[in-house]
Design a protein around this ligand. Structure first.
Ligand code: NAD
Ligand code: MG
Length: 396
């Protein structure tokens, strides 16, 4: 088998660790660069195990500490720092593949650097597409990069699409994408109890093990909203073509409905190593370490329509996508601030959608055709959302 050289952006996160787990099962994958924000010890341990040529940390002090530790251990690994360090390792000549697994808007610039360098991008960092889908897809096309979805739903949709889907969904006979959602931990919680839920309750996802931010996004269903927007860009379609389906078992990872009446689905145990291994080896298949699905044990599948009142974040995401331009940039930025404030117990759970809605009203929406417009909208939304948090989330 041909050897594959990779950079893993966000290697210390949940997706980063699952990627390294799949890599460790196969000879042909060679880790060239690993990156993290500030977790020195974890990145150091990964360097000991995978011997990359480069390690990059956003935080300067953390990078200096890492360099010191690596030197003491006698490892010759170049340590880079700052966002530029991440951009450099995402675009190295010696790599062909980049796993984009940084959480949030911080992933945009390094992932864009990978697109500009024409790499094969395994995209977990959905926020990059939500912030700047138009720009990002342009860079992918213009530089001959390949974009493969890691998000389990989008990976499932990709697997259920014909090879030539980029000629247009109508052209290939698709009439709907059915995007599944677990509904998170509060799907059946009494509405009047929602504002008193704690961060610990919100991050306790029933089926998936994930980072903190995406776990809160799953509880508000903003994660599904971001995924609707992500799917619009990946499959070049509009939000009205995407029906969110609550499927609490998280075994069907999404479906594609065709005009002849066929509905194709991808199933599997909820373990991110399946979409990761799929995208890493595509169009071949490799072992991922995931247990085969026991269909008899699963036995029952349930499906429900999402309640847009309970899940205001999902409604806001549909509205932002319909509005277009930087509306989704504002949605994403305000959500990041609100989720962080909720995790730090500065606001209640129900204030998350209030802060996002207020930001979408307060910040001027522009076209999103260049990076300046996108970054400006992102900054303005963050400022507004932070003000709302300072006022203890009260929107008045
Ligand atoms: P995580 O919080 O576990 O890990 C995040 C990673 O990003 C870490 O390596 C961290 O060091 C790095 N990071 C954080 N802030 C950074 C910054 N400012 N600059 C540079 N690096 C930074 O998150 P995760 O659950 O692994 O999710 C990563 C991405 O994958 C997110 O966009 C998420 O939406 C997406 N995703 C995750 C899952 C999942 O099951 N975990 C599923 C689908 C999609
Ligand atoms: Mg997902």
């Amino acid at each position: 088998m041909q050897s594959v050289k990779l950079t893993i952006l966000g290697s210390t996160g949940t997706i980063g660790e699952s990627t390294l787990d799949v890599i460790s099962r196969h000879e042909q994958y060679q880790v060239v660069a690993l990156t993290a924000n500030s977790q020195v010890e974890k990145l150091y341990q990964q360097c000991l195990q995978f011997h990359p040529q480069y390690a990059a940390m956003v935080d300067e002090n953390s990078a200096a500490q890492l360099a010191e530790k690596l030197k003491k251990a006698g490892l010759e690994i170049s340590v880079l720092s700052g966002t530029e360090g991440l951009e450099t390792v995402a675009a190295l000549d010696e790599i062909d593949t980049v796993m984009a697994a940084i959480v949030g808007a911080a992933g945009l610039l390094p992932t864009l650097a990978a697109a500009r360098a024409g790499k094969k991008i395994l995209l977990a960092n959905k926020e990059a597409l939500v912030m700047s889908g138009h720009l990002f897809m342009e860079e992918v096309r213009a530089n001959g990069a390949t974009l493969l979805p890691i998000d389990s739903e989008h990976n499932a949709i990709f697997q259920c699409m014909p090879e030539n889907y980029s000629e247009g969904l109508a052209h290939v006979g698709v009439n709907k994408i059915l995007l599944t959602a677990s509904g998170g931990p509060f799907r059946t919680q009494a509405l009047d109890q929602l504002n008193t839920v704690t961060p610990a309750q919100a991050v306790a996802h029933p089926n998936w093990v994930m980072g903190q931010k995406i776990s809160v996004d799953s509880a508000t269903m903003m994660n599904k909203g971001l995924e609707v927007i992500e799917a619009c860009w990946l499959f070049d379609t509009t939000a009205d073509m995407i029906q969110v389906v609550i499927h609490p078992q998280s075994i069907i990872h999404s479906m594609v409905s065709y005009k002849d009446g066929s509905v194709l689905a991808q199933l599997g145990n909820p373990d991110m190593r399946t979409p990761i291994a799929h995208a890493m080896a595509w169009p071949e298949r490799i072992d991922s370490g995931v247990e085969p699905l026991d269909i008899f044990e699963v036995a029952n599948f349930e499906f429900e329509k999402p309640d847009m009142q309970r899940f205001a974040c999902l409604r806001l995401a549909y509205e932002a996508m319909a509005r277009g331009g930087t509306a989704t940039t504002v949605l994403n930025a305000a959500n990041e601030i609100a989720v962080d404030a909720f995790l730090n117990e500065k606001i209640g759970f129900l204030q998350i959608p209030q802060i996002i809605e207020s930001s979408l009203t307060a910040v001027a929406i522009d076209e999103a055709t260049n990076l300046e417009q996108v970054l400006k909208a992102d900054q303005q939304a963050r400022l507004h959302a932070k003000e709302m948090v300072l006022r203890n989330g009260r929107v008045n």
